[in-house]
Design a protein around this ligand. Structure first.
Ligand SMILES: NC(=O)c1ccc[n+]([C@@H]2O[C@H](COP(=O)([O-])OP(=O)(O)OC[C@H]3O[C@@H](n4cnc5c(N)ncnc54)[C@H](OP(=O)(O)O)[C@@H]3O)[C@@H](O)[C@H]2O)c1
Length: 383
């Protein structure tokens, strides 16, 4: 018999999506039970979360510090993702950390609420294959794929096109010449969403939007030429689908990640959360849509071009971008050098064998190689 509560493991509970996941769970104490929590380095916040949610299992990067925390040590994120007591795994880690836990959770019969989109950039085919083979669902958490998922309900065979919206990021009103001197602080100041550091920089370059196109390609089995991107400054329309008869369905709401997180956790039910501000179309006012200026976002085409290639290309892209973003945040490269770093790494990537699907270790190794190569490229060029 199914457990009366949905039992949740939150991987990356101290991050932006992780804390908002716990905020949703806090609103529904009779529906969700936190079984396991994992953090990276933020032990103070993890300790507070343990105190409030009393999970049976915990994990953080510092194994010594872990011993002083209440709760059973899980050993690894993969073990946490496959605990028999868990029904849904919220993968809200960042970068490659979520790949193995996602695949192992699917293989172990769990539903995976997937925020950590890089997992699909690195190994979309392997992840979707695990989902299909073990008949377990990936529940999109990212707001745009969540919007598409919800628009597609009842329309699966009638969808002609996906239209993904993009806010345009922190520098949407700067000219290309102004971008050379922008600071990490300016780039971290996203106009509509409050998010973790990496995704905020990825939003400013539009790598994040390229990642969402790739994510949508895998999640909804949609050819790339049927996925469009439009700039929509207000971040109210989270995405749209066009059906066979030319009708467009859009998903609207406030830019608040707790909505898609909540739907992923409660699906197929819808639950009312009095803590979320209701959407008011009159207060919202005008909604605008613009074409994307490719000159302003050179990373977008580059990331799409590389990310859609088979084999280990996606992992190379992910690793190169991750290191480039970190180096920009460390003030080691300029914002406008992010695409140069990615291109330099990708140019050096030689996939082993494009006929066989790489295994997950090869994928993770490629991402690590790409990060290291990106850093070496920058050190080399500054000598
Ligand atoms: N934030 C958003 O609104 C949003 C929206 C859509 C999609 N996403 C996607 O969701 C994912 C999470 O984004 P975020 O903004 O929540 O990121 P974030 O704020 O940086 O949080 C990342 C979480 O993962 C943990 N972590 C980082 N590296 C780890 C590692 N190697 N092993 C284990 N745990 C690790 C961090 O722990 P510590 O902080 O304790 O070190 C933190 O709990 C990203 O893939 C992002 O693209 C985010």
């Amino acid at each position: 018999m199914a457990h009366p509560m949905r039992r949740v493991a939150v991987l990356g509970s101290t991050g932006s999506v992780g804390t908002q996941t716990l905020d949703v769970i806090r609103a529904f104490p009779d529906k969700f039970d936190v079984v396991a929590l994992s953090a990276g380095k933020n032990l103070g916040l993890l300790a507070q979360q343990i105190d409030e949610f009393n999970p049976e299992y915990v994990l953080c990067e510092d194994s010594e510090a872990l011993k002083s925390l209440p709760g059973r040590d899980c050993g690894s994120l993969e073990e946490m993702a496959t605990l028999p007591e868990v029904d849904v795994v919220m993968v809200s880690t960042v970068g490659s950390a979520g790949l193995l836990p996602t695949v192992r959770a699917l293989e172990a019969g769990k539903s995976v609420a997937l925020a950590n989109k890089e997992v699909l950039i690195m190994a979309g085919e392997q992840v979707m294959d695990a989902s299909r083979r073990f008949n377990n669902q990936i529940l999109p958490v990212d707001s745009e794929p969540s919007a598409i998922w919800q628009c597609m309900l009842g329309e699966r065979d009638a969808v002609r096109k996906l239209i993904i919206t993009a806010s345009g990021g922190a520098f949407r009103d700067r000219s290309p010449t102004e971008l050379g001197n922008v600071t990490p602080e300016e780039a971290l100041n996203h106009p509509t969403w409050s998010m973790g550091r990496k995704i905020t920089i990825d939003s400013a370059t539009l790598v994040n939007k390229a990642f969402e196109v790739i994510e949508a390609h895998w999640l909804f089995d949609m050819p790339y030429d049927k996925i469009d991107v439009v700039i929509h400054r207000q971040s109210i329309v989270h995405s749209m689908i066009e059906t066979a008869d030319g009708i467009v369905k859009a998903h609207l709401g406030s830019p608040d990640m707790r909505y898609p997180i909540q739907y992923a956790l409660s699906h197929p039910q819808r639950v009312f959360n009095p803590g979320l501000k209701p959407f008011d179309p009159v207060e919202t006012g005008s909604l605008t849509f613009e074409a994307m200026d490719p000159q302003l976002y050179p990373c977008f085409e580059l990331a799409i071009d590389v990310g859609r290639r088979p084999g280990t290309w996606g992992a190379a892209l992910m690793g190169a971008d991750e290191a480039a973003v970190e180096m920009f945040l460390e003030n080691r490269i300029k914002f406008t050098e992010i695409p140069d770093v990615i291109r330099a790494v990708v140019d050096q990537h030689t996939p082993k064998d494009s006929t066989n699907l790489p295994n997950l270790d090869e994928v993770i190794q490629t991402a690590r190689w790409a990060s290291d190569t990106a850093r070496a490229t920058v050190v080399g060029s500054s000598n």
